[in-house]
Design a protein around this ligand. Structure first.
Ligand code: NAD
Length: 479
């Protein structure tokens, strides 16, 4: 699938695709370093207008039945499915995601369809416990909700945040990431085609310190759902505290451990853990970037892991046989390079360690460090690249402590055929999601996803938690 030579994306405010009030910025293909698109940047005033449009649309949108709101969702889901190839090409060009790895379009459409039905299940409670009164609770939408996206799987996070907020009657301003804004901007045109009433869903592109900051500080935004780095999550949480104490839900980073015991299916474990850290060139929040293998099988496991990790086809994200694209942009590339230099000081480099010599884009070779010091920066901080540390352990007690020795707690995996140990170990792991004899599959539509510790607050993904995030509870006491 080829893209038009000149792509220019605009803002979507109050049902209209419109030019920004200020500047534009450029998107460069990280594989070829060629110009891809000119993107209109939302100014402070544009962002304010988007919030005002969402506020104005709230009374009539929240007055619709869930079935009426869901009708728009179904139309949009169908349009996203029809556009899957185009969306895939946009993401490949903007952030280097191989078209073979692109699942985001169908995953996103599936959520729009799923949530189209989920709004019917919102219920309050009644109570007869106060003599002389029939008390009840009403569940009501907040009003204007903001959604701020990362760049690594934009369309999926778009749906995860926007669907539960909209279906229960909130209106939304969504800000995409400045690194991968093209698919969100394209979906804006589909939202318009699906006939959503003006102002219900506003989609803007821009930078965190301008439009992101306006949304986080805005007095008319009552809830904000964010996926991104811990650093930004803290800024947003502080802005919410300083402005109107808006509800904030944070899906943040990870430094996920995978633990391989000596009774595991070693081939399966090696193949899956290698795939986990390779997917999207390591730019996945739940990628197992720390792997612990029991000493008795260490040599065999590391050999199999290395074979699987280094045999992945690196190349142009548009090519059908390619699974490993470049890092998303120059900044991301430089960040990974910095960590590689640190890794060489704190562990043994087994393979990789820098960019491939035969490519000009922002590529990094699959890199394995072994014997890395547990307190090294590369064991503590999220690298977000195809870089793994494999360390050896002897006992279950020792490796549980090491696996949990992280401020992050997003995801963890354990491989063992001993069911008692699997359950005991999974219970002990400090992580919001744990894979037993599997790692980093996408969680189902009906399962919550979120982090322990500094990997975030709140859960999203399935209707119960996600819809709860966007509803107030009013206690009604009729006299
Ligand atoms: P980032 O924090 O740099 O940016 C995320 C978004 O925040 C962007 O839209 C950006 O413009 C905006 N932003 C930046 N500064 C802001 C500010 N001051 N105020 C408001 N908004 C601001 O993160 P990223 O590099 O886009 O994404 C990668 C990170 O996201 C990684 O840490 C990854 O682990 C995490 N992530 C987490 C999950 C999850 O489900 N837990 C999923 C995907 C990615």
């Amino acid at each position: 699938m080829s893209l038009p030579e000149k792509i220019e994306t605009r803002l979507f405010i109050n049902g209209e695709v419109q030019s920004s009030n200020g500047k534009t910025f450029d998107i460069t293909n990280p594989a070829t370093l060629q110009h891809v698109a000119k993107v209109h940047e939302a100014s402070e005033e544009d962002t304010d207008r988007a919030v005002a449009a969402a506020k104005a649309a709230f009374p009539s949108w929240s007055a619709l039945s869930p079935e009426e709101r869901g009708g728009y969702f179904k139309k949009l889901a169908a349009l996203i499915r029809e556009s899957n190839d185009h969306l895939s090409a946009l993401e490949a060009a903007a952030m280097g995601k191989p078209v073979t790895e692109f699942f985001d379009g169908f995953a996103s459409a599936g959520r729009w369809d799923y949530y189209a039905e989920a709004g019917r299940n919102v219920q309050g409670t009644t109570s007869l416990q106060t003599p002389g009164f029939i008390n009840m609770t009403l569940r009501q939408p907040y009003g204007v909700v903001a959604a701020i996206l990362p760049w690594n799987v934009p369309l999926l996070f778009f749906a995860k945040k926007v669907c539960p907020a909209l279906i229960v009657g909130n209106t939304v301003v969504l800000k995409s990431s400045e690194k991968a804004p093209l698919t969100s901007a394209y979906v804006a045109t589909l939202v318009q085609k699906a006939g959503f009433p003006p102002g219900v869903l506003n989609i803007i592109t821009g930078f965190g310190n301008v439009s992101g900051s306006i949304l986080s500080n805005h007095m008319d935004v009552r809830a904000l759902s964010f996926t991104g780095s811990g650093r930004t999550g803290r800024i947003i949480q502080a802005a919410a505290a300083k402005s109107n104490l808006k509800q904030v839900y944070l899906e943040l980073g990870g430094k996920s451990p995978a633990v391989i015991f000596d009774d595991a299916d070693i081939e399966k474990a090696a193949h899956e853990t290698a795939h986990s850290i390779q997917t999207n060139s390591g730019q996945v929040c739940m990628a197992n970037s720390r792997v612990y293998v029991q000493d008795t099988i260490a040599d065999k496991f590391i050999g199999l892991f290395k074979d699987a990790f280094t045999s992945i086809a690196m190349g142009d994200p548009f090519e059908k046989n390619v699974n490993h694209g470049p890092q998303a942009d120059e900044v991301q590339h430089k960040t990974v390079m910095r960590y590689l230099e640190m890794g060489k000081q704190s562990g043994d480099l087994l393979v990789g360690g820098g960019p491939p010599s035969d490519r000009k884009g922002y590529y990094i070779q699959p890199t394995i460090f072994t014997n890395t010091a547990e307190d090294a920066t590369v064991m503590k901080e999220e690298i977000f690249g195809p870089v793994v540390n494999i360390n050896v352990f002897k006992t279950e007690e020792e490796v549980l402590a090491k696996a949990n020795n992280s401020e992050y707690g997003l995801y963890a995996a354990v491989y063992t055929k001993n069911i008692d140990r699997a359950m005991r170990f999974a219970k002990g792991l400090e992580a919001g999601t744990v894979g037993v004899n599997c790692t980093s599959p996408m969680t189902g539509l009906d399962m919550p996803f979120g982090g322990y510790k500094s990997s975030g607050s709140g859960r999203e993904g399935e209707p119960f938690h996600s819809i709860e995030n966007f509803l107030e509870t009013k206690t009604l006491i009729p006299g």
